[in-house]
Design a protein around this ligand. Structure first.
Ligand code: FE2
Length: 169
């Protein structure tokens, strides 16, 4: 092998705008952001499960536990994808509160309608951020993109369930 050949083999593809390391960092950043979002969501869902009141209490109370179970599985999958890509999944409360970019859920004991309107807005934020992460990872890591696509199908389904408890939606 000549020196010229060797040099040619180590050249980056001119069509590649980012190095593999930069792509992996972007993937990890997207995953870490979504880990925060899903940790926050699962806690918020339980909070509503405990505090919702009114005639449709039991339907909403039980619906929310099914969503908690699913979101906990999503959280686990995102954290383990971070570890798989040699990142460090951080799931401590202080980290979550210091890094999240949204406000804490505001309602305490409240009606089904009030909680479902508020939860609908929570899902809007989570889904919007998940879709952004999906677009980023479409460029950097299609396996992670696929994980987000699958989770979005369930998150959007859950948002429909929540909307059904809000009048006229
Ligand atoms: Fe419970």
């Amino acid at each position: 092998m000549t020196l010229v050949d060797s040099h040619h083999e180590t050249n980056l593809d001119p069509n590649t705008t980012e190095s593999p390391a930069a792509a992996n960092n972007a993937t990890l950043a997207a995953l870490e952001d979504r880990l925060l979002g899903l940790l926050d969501l699962q806690l918020t869902l339980k909070h509503i499960h405990w505090n919702v009141v009114g005639p449709a209490f039991i339907a909403v109370h039980e619906m929310l536990d099914e969503q908690v179970a699913s979101v906990r599985e999503m959280t686990d999958a995102v954290a383990e994808r971070i570890a798989t890509l040699r990142g460090v999944p951080v799931g401590t409360p202080e980290h979550l509160v210091s890094k999240r970019t949204w406000s804490d859920y505001a309602l305490g004991r409240a009606s089904v309608t009030d909680h479902m309107e508020a939860l609908n807005r929570v899902y809007e934020g989570v889904i919007s951020d998940h879709r952004h992460a999906m677009k980023v990872t479409a460029e950097t890591d299609p396996v992670t993109e696929d994980l987000f696509i699958g989770q979005l199908a369930d998150l959007e389904l859950f948002q429909w369930f929540v909307r059904s408890h809000v009048d006229g939606q």
